[in-house]
Design a protein around this ligand. Structure first.
Ligand code: FAD
Ligand code: FES
Length: 264
């Protein structure tokens, strides 16, 4: 965190990994602690700022997976390894790993929704003794949209991973169908004590949580991460406010008991 949390600092791009033509992971120099699911405001002077989730972290760096969609993100993609970008943050709460320790955990992610939960999956896939079991359902539009292929292959060594695409050719590595179609196929020892994280487009989160509840999951055992239009990121401007909730500081990660009134 910068000394004044609202002041951006320059961060060097250590490397850039290309996943698709419009989705790259930027490894940025950063010293400091972060939680998976928190976010940084990434800015380019004269173009503006974009909130981007932390999708990975390690000694001296954070990773940001960015989808090129408009003014700011287009400009970020004009920056290469060795260049610098302005960051401020980390902001928001992120995922509290203690909520999931020792339990059956399922992570359900759609598209770039995999980015904010990648750190959580990485942690438990690398420390499988810290959960009863880990299951992941990752859904993408088509095979060419799949992100984090190498991570998914690594997670499969210790966890049950269902990779699915809405359409395209299925093979034994990749299923066809929406993530919701695969949820009821998962087997749990005790659904009422299992915990779930669901991140993706609003409709996908809504139908996935309904499916989990139908299977016997408790509302308080489900977490989601919300994306809202943001500006300050620190609870001052009100851009992200829904009712009395500031998504930027109270979230973006919410327990479903609260999130059920916030999902669009
Ligand atoms: C907490 C949080 C975490 C996010 N994490 C990521 C991430 O890890 N990777 C990533 O690629 N993107 C992430 N986003 C979305 C990202 O911030 C927007 O895509 C970005 O701000 C768009 O800026 P732009 O100037 O390039 O696009 P604009 O030119 O402003 O808009 C282009 C299109 O994107 C839509 N858009 C703009 N802002 C948002 C927004 N906040 N949410 C949804 N749609 C938006 C617009 O409606 C428009 O259709 C996150 C957003 C939030 C709030
Ligand atoms: S983005 Fe300004 S209050 Fe949340």
């Amino acid at each position: 965190m910068s000394l004044n949390e609202y002041v951006p600092f320059l961060s060097k791009i250590l490397s850039v990994q290309k996943h698709t033509d419009i989705e790259y992971t930027f490894r940025m120099a950063y010293e400091g602690s972060v939680n998976p699911g928190q976010f940084f405001e990434v800015s380019v002077p004269k173009f503006g700022e974009a909130p981007i989730s932390i999708c990975g972290y390690g000694d001296g760096y954070v990773e940001l997976t960015i989808r090129r969609v408009g003014k700011v993100t287009n400009e970020i993609f004009e920056h290469y390894e060795g260049d610098s970008l302005f960051l401020r943050g980390p902001y928001g709460n992120g995922f509290d790993l203690d909520e999931y320790r020792g339990k059956e955990l399922v992570v359900i992610a759609g598209g770039t929704g995999l980015a904010p939960v990648r750190g959580v999956i990485d942690y438990f896939a690398s420390n499988p003794d810290q959960v009863k079991n880990l299951k992941v359902i990752a859904g993408f539009k088509s095979p060419s949209d799949i992100l984090f292929f190498e991570d998914i292959a690594r997670w499969k060594k210790t966890s049950q991973v269902i990779l699915t695409v809405d359409c395209g050719e299925a093979d034994f590595e990749c299923h066809i169908g929406f993530v919701t179609e695969h949820i009821s196929k998962l087997k749990f020892a005790d659904e009422s004590n299992a915990v779930a994280i669901v991140v993706g487009p609003p409709a996908m989160m809504r139908f996935s949580t309904l499916e989990l509840l139908k299977m016997g999951f408790e509302e308080e055992n489900i977490w989601i991460s919300l994306e809202r239009r943001m500006c300050c990121g620190i609870g001052k401007c009100g851009h992200c406010k829904i009712n009395d909730v500031y998504v930027c500081v109270d979230g973006p990660v919410f327990n479903y008991t609260k999130a059920k009134n916030l999902i669009d």
